[in-house]
Design a protein around this ligand. Structure first.
Ligand code: GLN
Length: 412
């Protein structure tokens, strides 16, 4: 199953890893923060390490305290009384949870629809399990100006045509990495109608659920009429609490999906790491009373605005993101300061990839700000579309973003 091609190519995160770039390069690449999770959560992690039980295996379903916290937090949001034994599964990061769903459900040749661009891990995670990714484009509005993430839209006829008798599953990602799109209720209803008509499983990756701006509303796919029974929703403590290295995520869904997925995750990792599950539980228990998510949202909005103001000032075109912590910048050939000399020393890992890999490498080396080339979020046949963009993360403190903005001003 590990064939040549994208699934075996070196992943973009390790190519554009801070370790490969100059020490003074400002890292707006891989989406992680340069600030710590809130103190009360770190304290809870410390306390957990101080107990004996939390240094040992958890139940493969996840620690009871975390499942209970997830139940209390999510039950009102899903509009149902979630069952901690059957409908909640803690995983080693969202990524492992998704992988376990594929292990549990994909049979050789099963087709999995994903919107393109897609979070890069979906592709190998599907193909490693014998599945076949089928790509349905999100179409950006053609414009000479900046556009909004909402201007990336689905052609529902195209989506319908992508469905075949082999289609097993569709993956939704809202808010969407890398576009920043927050899917509207109407769009999700359109997908729901097709999921129902063709009896599809739905994986709804909602790891950026708390990071939605400009007054937009995050709609949970599983709450649409009739969708609970066919949907598994993916969540992440890393995104919620600025703790991406903790590798604590969760799946919420009906027993029919959670039970086989539990069997898979038990064999892959047995359980997620214990002390940080306790800390994530403390985070979720207290987040609402502390108004943590509202405050955090405001902070990210401010961070976003620093970068977008910079791009506006310089006259660079981008997609204004209504969610996540990423901005897609168009790095086309028309930007005179992203032209590199013939003999520029690109590393081997960047050679032979899309133009965006070179553009991002060049920007990192010459301007001192790293980003992620977006052709990685497109299939091999569509590299020519993705290579127009670089993704800049704004999950950094204000000072760092201002410093990065100053450097990026020299792009034009
Ligand atoms: N979600 C992170 C991002 O998009 C990357 C996660 C990973 O490296 N697997 O930056």
């Amino acid at each position: 199953r590990l064939k040549e091609g994208r699934a075996l190519a070196q992943d973009v995160w390790s190519i554009f890893n801070a370790a490969n770039l100059p020490a003074d390069c400002i890292n707006l690449g891989q989406g992680y923060m340069n600030f710590a999770p809130p103190k009360w959560i770190r304290d809870a992690a410390g306390e957990a390490l101080g107990t004996i039980a939390a240094n040992h295996y958890s139940h493969p379903k996840g620690r009871p305290r975390l499942r209970q916290a997830l139940k209390n937090y999510y039950s009102p949001l899903f509009g149902r009384d979630l069952d901690v034994e059957k409908e909640i599964l803690v995983t080693s990061g969202a990524n492992e949870g998704q992988y376990s769903v594929f292990v549990a459900f994909l049979e050789d040749g099963d087709e999995v629809i994903m919107f393109e661009p897609f979070f890069d891990q979906y592709l190998p995670s599907v193909t490693f399990n014998g599945g076949k990714p089928v790509y349905v484009p999100l179409h950006p509005k053609q414009s000479k100006e900046k556009i909004s993430s909402n201007d990336w839209t689905i052609d529902f006829e195209e989506l319908r045509r992508a469905i075949t008798p082999r289609t097993k599953m569709i993956i939704i990602n809202t808010p969407h990495n890398p576009v920043g799109k927050v899917f509207t209720r109407e769009e999700l209803e359109g997908i729901a109608a097709l999921a129902e008509e063709f009896n599809l499983l739905v994986m709804s990756d909602e790891v950026y659920e708390t990071l939605v701006y400009d007054g937009k509303q995050h709609v949970r796919f599983a709450t649409l009429p009739g969708m609970w029974d066919r949907t598994v929703t993916v969540g992440s403590a890393g995104k919620m609490f600025a703790a991406t290295g903790w590798r604590v995520g969760w799946l919420i869904g009906p027993e029919s999906i959670i039970k086989p997925t539990l069997a898979a995750t038990t064999r892959i990792v047995f359980c997620s790491n214990s002390p940080l599950q306790e800390a994530a539980a403390a985070g979720i228990e207290e987040a609402v009373d502390r108004k943590f998510f509202e405050t955090q949202r405001g902070e990210y909005e401010e961070r976003r605005n620093i970068l977008t103001a910079c791009f506006d000032k310089v006259g660079l075109r981008y997609t204004h993101p209504e969610g996540t912590y990423f901005i897609l910048l168009i790095v086309g050939q028309d930007i005179s300061n992203i032209q590199w000399p013939e003999n520029f020393p690109f590393p081997e890992s960047v050679e032979g990839r899309g133009r965006d890999f070179k553009a991002c490498w060049f920007i990192a080396m010459e301007i001192g700000v790293s980003s992620i080339p977006v052709s990685e979020f497109y299939c091999e046949e569509h590299v020519n579309i993705g290579e127009q963009y670089a993704r800049f993360g704004f999950c950094k403190d204000i000072e760092t973003l201002k410093h990065a903005a100053q450097r990026l001003e020299s792009l034009r």
